[in-house]
Design a protein around this ligand. Structure first.
Ligand SMILES: C[S@@+](CC[C@H](N)C(=O)[O-])C[C@H]1O[C@@H](n2cnc3c(N)ncnc32)[C@H](O)[C@@H]1O
Length: 278
C-alpha cells in the first residue's frame, strides 16, 4: 500500500475506539448536517468519514434517504458502519477513494529528495482532473469532515513544506477540494466544510477554555499565525465569497464558532463553513 494511504489506515486504527471521547464533536458534526438537510429524500455525502466516530449515522439516516461515506481507508469505513448497524441499507461505504487523485504520486516523494518542477506540474494537472466516483450535483448536502488538514499534511510529508512549490500544491489541492464539494452539491443544497484549525499542542488552553472563551482563543491563535497551514477559516471563507467560480456558485457563506474535538491524547479546535449552492 502506498505511503499516504498507509498513514491514514494506521491513524484510523489508532482512533477506532474513540466513540466515547468523540461524543461532543459527533454531536456538533451530526447537528450541522441535520440542520442542512432541508428536503425530504435528501442525500448526503461525507468526504473523510473514516471510522464514522463523528457521525451519528442512525440520526442521519432518519433525515437522509441516502448517505455516501467516502474515505481513502476502506477498512475504517467498513468498521465504522458495522459498528452502527441500525443504518444498514441507507448508507453506502465508498472506501479506497483518494479525493485528491494524487496520493500515489505524492507517495513517491520524500522531502529529502526535492521533486522536480516537471513532476510537480504533472501532479497539479492530475489533481485538477481528479474525478470522484460520485454523482455531480447529486447531493443535498456535501460535507468534508476534518479532511482538509490531512490533505495538506500529505503534501508536507512528501513534497516537504520547505519546497519552493509547496504553496502551489497546497492552494491547488485546497481549491480542488472546495470545487469537489461545490460540484457534488445540487442547486439549493448545502456545502459543509468542517476543519480542524489548531491543536492543544500549540494552544494548551483548549483544555480549559469555556465555550464562550473559544472564539477569542482561536481568533487570537489565528492572528498569531498559530494554526495548521492552509486551513485559516477566514481565508477559506473569503475564497468562497470572492473567488471565481465559487462566488457565483455559492451564497450565504457562514463560519461557525469553534468547538473542541477531543481525539484522546490531543484536543483540536474545529469550525465549520457552510454555504448554499445557487
Ligand atoms: C481526521 S480523519 C476524520 C475523522 C473521521 N471522520 C472519523 O470519525 O474517524 C480524516 C479522514 O480523512 C481520510 N483521508 C485522508 N486523506 C484522504 C484522501 N486523500 N482521500 C480520502 N480520504 C482521505 C482519512 O483516512 C481519515 O479517515
Amino acid at each position: 500500500m502506498e505511503r499516504i494511504s498507509q498513514l491514514q489506515v494506521t491513524r484510523n486504527a489508532e482512533t477506532r475506539d474513540g466513540w466515547s471521547c468523540f461524543a461532543a464533536h459527533r454531536e456538533r458534526v451530526t447537528q450541522l448536517l441535520l440542520d442542512a438537510a432541508s428536503a425530504t429524500a435528501a442525500k448526503l455525502c461525507v468526504l473523510g468519514a473514516g471510522n464514522c466516530n463523528d457521525l451519528a449515522l442512525d440520526r442521519l439516516a432518519d433525515a437522509f434517504a441516502h448517505i455516501d461515506l467516502v474515505d481513502i481507508d476502506d477498512e475504517a469505513i467498513t468498521a465504522g458502519i458495522t459498528r452502527q448497524p441500525t443504518v444498514m441499507g441507507r448508507v453506502m461505504a465508498r472506501g479506497g477513494v483518494d479525493v485528491t487523485g494524487v496520493a500515489s504520486l505524492l507517495s513517491e516523494w520524500v522531502p529529502e529528495v526535492p521533486a522536480a518542477d516537471e513532476q510537480i506540474d504533472v501532479c497539479l494537472a492530475c489533481a485538477q482532473q481528479a474525478v470522484l466516483p460520485l454523482t455531480a450535483g447529486g447531493y443535498s448536502v456535501a460535507a468534508s469532515s476534518c479532511l482538509l488538514s490531512q490533505l495538506i499534511e500529505s503534501i508536507s510529508l512528501t513534497l516537504g513544506a520547505e519546497h519552493p512549490r509547496f504553496l502551489d500544491l497546497l492552494t491547488c489541492l485546497r481549491r480542488e477540494h472546495l470545487r469537489q464539494l461545490v460540484d457534488l452539491t445540487m442547486p439549493g443544497g448545502t456545502v459543509v466544510l468542517i476543519t480542524d484549525v489548531v491543536s492543544s499542542l500549540t494552544v494548551p488552553e483548549l483544555a480549559t477554555a469555556s465555550t464562550s472563551e473559544l472564539p477569542m482563543l482561536v481568533g487570537r491563535a489565528i492572528a498569531e499565525r498559530n494554526f495548521f497551514t492552509g486551513v485559516n477559516p477566514f481565508v477559506i471563507k473569503r475564497m468562497l465569497e470572492t473567488d471565481v467560480p465559487f462566488a457565483t456558485q455559492l451564497t450565504d457563506v457562514r463560519l461557525s464558532n469553534p468547538w473542541v474535538w477531543d481525539l484522546g491524547p490531543r484536543l483540536y479546535a474545529v469550525c465549520a463553513l457552510t454555504a448554499k449552492r445557487v
